[in-house]
Ligand binder design. Structure first.
Ligand SMILES: [Zn+2]
Length: 548
């Protein structure tokens, strides 16, 4: 075999024997490969991409050696090919894989299918033609073909698959804990082809069935707009939900490194120096932030519709753009997203991946008001995966672990500063009266003291305070601009993220019966917050954190 000519000869023989399988494999792998190539500027090629690709190749080899009658095997696999075709369609049109997020959209899309076909008939036809050509050619090639058999390879490949899933399971058990959540995480991260589709379907079914009762109650809950003030001329609302972004590392709030150079210069920005979350977990903080109900009544938050539905009922076109995937860590967030008329996910990307879609939404020529909800990945662990190379500005001073993650965390804040400034700049160029609300869901422990705590979910002065601000464009009507000046007085007052929803209602002049002036930062009735929050399964009525 050392002779190159013989190697070429041998490869040719394999190719001649196996070409139908290669054609079928390339179709099944195409969504994964196209997505990785198309997204390279928006994400790091990390271990997860390698894992997904590796597992896919192993599954394809297992299918190849499970039986020598490959023709029959691939006929049986037809449903997987159809799902792969949908996957390819999503990748080509929305730059996203067919993950639980999109299966969930399929389950909860209240829009009529009649709109879908006229809009997408061209890309659908292209994908169908590619599918028919590949699948047809592959099957014709396999028909009555004698193929090489080897049970040993099959056993080897299946063992490798077990090792692969086992290794991921071990990693997630170490990071989270042994139990259902670890299994759910394994399913969420299994985006291999073709078997990963089953994982995504199982994950969605589990999330859906687990909350079916709640979904029903949310759908049946009513949104009643009781008044709409004509004092407000705001046409665009942007509500950005941040992730694990604590004020201690923002120069806007006094950090000694220049992590927010752009926001620091932004006119029309009102910041809050003492604002706390309602729970140091994403799955509770985000629904609470978008609800008018207090955190003392979690059931009311979970079973009633959010701000998204309120603005939809008020005649706004509602959008949900998310860089966070749908998984078991998000709780009811996918149901909140489902209240929006338009949803798009940018999974496993940098936050900046959503900018072009956001611009398109702003540039739409219609006159309808818009409410755009943006759920970013922000400073989610692992911090080094949250920003592209050109934001790698802060370097650790030593090779100590704490210095390393602090530098990475600071870079992620620098990137958030760029993202939020870009979002604000686009609003300015639209020339429409607009407001932007930004708030992180919770803070983060960064090994601050001798305990060396990292992450959130602890409920202390590092993960309860959040970075948050309100920005308004210069052309907001006079009465509303005057109201906004009240925010100056809130800058060092103790407030809670649960006030943001009530404040948004006032500034946009949309009122429901659940609006409370004592929660509204623009109202003279406002009462400063004791920072009540949920911790574990319990309700904590107050928290005293030192001034930052
Ligand atoms: Zn979070």
């Amino acid at each position: 075999m050392k002779n190159p000519a013989r190697i070429i000869d041998y490869s040719l023989k394999i190719f001649k024997a196996e070409w139908p399988n290669l054609v079928l494999w390339s179709f099944l792998l195409s969504p994964l490969i196209v997505r990785t190539l198309a997204n390279y500027q928006y994400s790091k090629i990390d271990l997860l991409v390698v894992y997904t690709l590796g597992m896919s190749v192993l599954w394809l080899l297992a299918i190849r050696f499970v039986s020598s009658s490959q023709f029959k095997v691939h006929i049986i696999l037809l449903p997987f090919y159809l799902v792969a075709a949908i996957d390819l369609f999503l990748v080509l049109n929305f730059n996203s894989r067919l993950t639980a997020a999109y299966i969930y959209i399929g389950l909860t899309n209240y829009q009529e299918a009649s709109e879908f076909l006229p809009t997408y008939w061209q890309p659908i036809s292209v994908v169908l033609v590619v599918f028919i050509l590949c699948y047809g050619a592959g099957l014709i090639g396999l028909h009555k073909r004698e193929l090489y058999k080897n049970k040993g390879i099959f056993v080897l490949v299946v063992s490798a698959l077990l090792v692969g899933y086992g290794a991921y399971f071990y990693k997630t058990v170490k990071l989270n804990s042994f139990g259902k959540s670890a299994v759910m995480d394994l399913l969420a991260k299994d985006q291999s082809t073709p078997v990963g589709y089953l994982s995504q379907i199982a994950l969605t079914a589990n999330l859906y069935l687990g909350t079916e009762n709640l979904i029903k109650r949310r759908r049946e809950s009513d949104v009643k707009i009781i008044s709409m003030s004509d004092q407000s001329n705001i046409e665009t609302i942007v509500f950005v939900i941040g992730e694990s972004s604590r004020p201690q590392n923002w120069s806007l709030y006094g950090y000694n490194k220049e992590t927010t150079p752009n926001l620091g210069k932004q006119a029309g920005l009102f910041k809050f120096n003492q604002i706390c979350t309602t729970a140091p977990y994403t799955s509770f903080a985000v629904p609470s932030m978008l609800s008018l109900e207090p955190i003392s009544d979690w059931d009311a938050i979970a079973s009633t519709k959010s701000l998204v539905s309120i603005y939809r009922a008020a005649g706004y076109m509602t959008y949900w753009l998310s860089v966070q995937e749908v998984d078991s860590f998000g709780g009811i967030i996918p149901q909140i997203a489902a209240e929006a008329q338009y949803r798009q996910y940018f999974e496993r990307s940098y936050d900046g991946a959503l900018i072009s879609e956001y611009e398109e939404i702003l540039n739409k020529s219609d006159t309808q008001k818009k409410a755009i909800f943006i759920h970013v990945k922000g400073s989610h662990f692992e911090y080094s995966r949250r920003y592209p190379e050109n934001f790698d500005k802060f370097k650790p001073s030593t090779d100590n672990f704490k210095d390393k993650i602090t530098a990475e965390y600071d870079n992620s804040i620098l990137y958030t500063d760029w993202l939020l400034s870009t979002i604000i700049d686009r609003l300015k160029s639209s020339k429409k009266p607009s407001v932007l609300f930004y708030s992180s869901d919770h803070g983060e422990n960064m090994m601050d003291d001798s305990r060396g705590l990292l992450g959130h979910g602890i409920g202390n002065k590092y993960d309860l305070p959040v970075s948050a601000f309100i920005w308004a464009s210069g052309n907001v009507s006079n009465p509303q601009s005057l109201k906004l000046l009240k925010l100056k007085a809130r800058e060092s007052q103790k407030i809670s993220i649960s006030s943001l929803s009530h404040t948004l209602l006032n500034i946009t002049g949309v009122f429901t019966s659940r609006y409370k002036s004592s929660e509204d930062l623009l109202s003279d009735d406002f009462v400063s917050s004791k920072c009540p929050h949920l911790l574990g399964a319990g309700y904590v009525p107050s928290f005293d954190f030192d001034a930052l």
